[in-house]
Write a protein that binds this ligand. Structure first.
Ligand code: PMP
Length: 375
């Protein structure tokens, strides 16, 4: 059987990983500055992570989500400690899109309203509900182009106020730092005002932390830098370090009734074991601090490369904006220098989303490769 042909594939086959490196079938080593799109948070095949999952699968891999699973509570408690956010409850699912689907659905249940505000260049997933609030016409089928999604310019407080004033908005969904869209971040004033306006007009504020969350930006959640409190926080990617797990944190003011949300696999034993191990490693190895510190190091190095016009992002969610389109540079880095990097909708932006335990020396390897690729 052939695979349904939806992804353009590079001719590289990683078969094992260790820390910030992956190895192909000929044992050639690749520096991974992309982490499979921000998924690899604590490094490939981290021994504590591997042990936690294997120990768990040796005990019990899955059972129904309507039967008690103490690992879910353990994960929720660990998440509260490591993230520092309080008075939320946790609903577990399996991916970023699914987390956002549940966030929107819950917001609509809570408010009884049907309109959602999203922002230019936003990316919230590809399933039918959230693709409607993703700014990419190319991935929307006619079925996804409803009348309930309103797109506004990012950082435009006035437009947001005018829309919210109408009183029919269930939710405002945003990424604090846009990932796929190209690492733009609005001002603290905008996030604060958005938060106030949602409160005033009875809309639910949803922070999509699927990519930026879990320590990547040098804070546990990217919104924490702006001093706001979203009503719902969606998470996935780094949460499981490759094991599929997603979730939403729900403010205690939002009430759920039994049966509103649900999923067969969400919160299964293996996913929880992976999720707990990730949080333990982030805490023990102080990876949030590492993410914060390395950004300055990258900025210093980038400043010495004349073709780099701007360094965007924070922590280990980095965009290097060149004065030319980077498609061939990315290929050169991958095939000639064995470094994985990422692209964005801005074609001049090279995206860097490495494991959070990457070391300074590994960035030296990258900059050496980059200088060679550029010369
Ligand atoms: N939200 C954001 C901010 C994302 O970057 C992504 C994935 N790129 C998603 C949601 C969707 O996540 P998933 O692919 O796990 O459905």
């Amino acid at each position: 059987m052939e695979l349904f042909d939806v992804y353009p594939l590079y001719d590289i086959t990683p078969v094992k990983g260790e820390g910030a490196y992956v190895f192909d079938e000929n044992n050639i080593e690749y520096l991974d500055l992309y982490g499979g799109h921000a998924v690899i948070s604590v490094g490939h095949s981290h021994p504590l992570y591997v042990k936690a999952i294997t120990d768990q699968v040796n005990k019990l891999g899955f059972y129904s989500n309507s039967i008690k699973n103490p690992l879910q509570k353990e994960l929720a408690e660990k998440l509260e400690t490591v993230s520092g956010v309080k008075d939320y409850s946790l609903f577990l699912c399996n991916s970023g899109a699914e987390a956002n689907e549940n966030a929107l659905k819950l917001a609509s249940f809570q408010t009884g309203k049907d309109k959602v505000i999203y922002f230019e260049k936003a990316f919230h997933g590809r399933t039918s509900g959230v693709v409607a609030v993703t700014d990419n016409e190319g991935i929307k089928a006619p079925f996804n182009k409803g009348h309930h999604a309103v797109k506004l310019a990012f950082d435009d407080t006035e437009a947001l106020e005018n829309e919210l004033k109408k009183g029919d908005v269930a939710a405002v969904i945003f990424e604090v730092i846009q990932g796929v869209g190209g690492l733009d971040e609005a001002s603290t004033e905008f996030y604060k005002k958005a938060s106030e306006l949602c409160e005033k007009h009875g809309a639910i504020l949803i922070a999509d932390e699927v990519q930026a969350g879990y320590g990547r930006t040098g804070d546990f959640f990217a919104f924490q830098k702006h001093g706001i409190r979203p009503d719902i926080i969606s998470m996935a990617k780094g949460m499981g370090n490759g094991f599929p797990i997603g979730g939403i944190l729900i403010d205690s003011k939002i009430q759920a009734k039994p049966g509103m949300l649900g999923t067969t696999f969400g919160g299964n034993h293996l996913a929880c074991a992976a999720g707990i191990a990730v949080l333990e490693i982030i805490e023990k190895e102080e990876l949030i601090g590492n993410a914060k510190a390395l950004f300055d190091y990258v900025k210093e190095h980038a400043a010495q490369i004349p073709q780099i016009k701007k360094v965007k992002g924070r922590g280990l969610m980095i965009g290097l904006e060149f004065d030319f389109e980077i498609a061939s540079l990315r290929k050169k880095l991958l095939f000639e220098h064995h470094v994985f990097t990422g692209a964005a909708s801005n074609k001049k932006l090279l995206r860097i989303l490495p494991p959070l335990n990457i070391k300074q020396e590994q960035f030296d390897v990258f900059f050496e490769a980059l200088n060679m690729a550029l010369s």
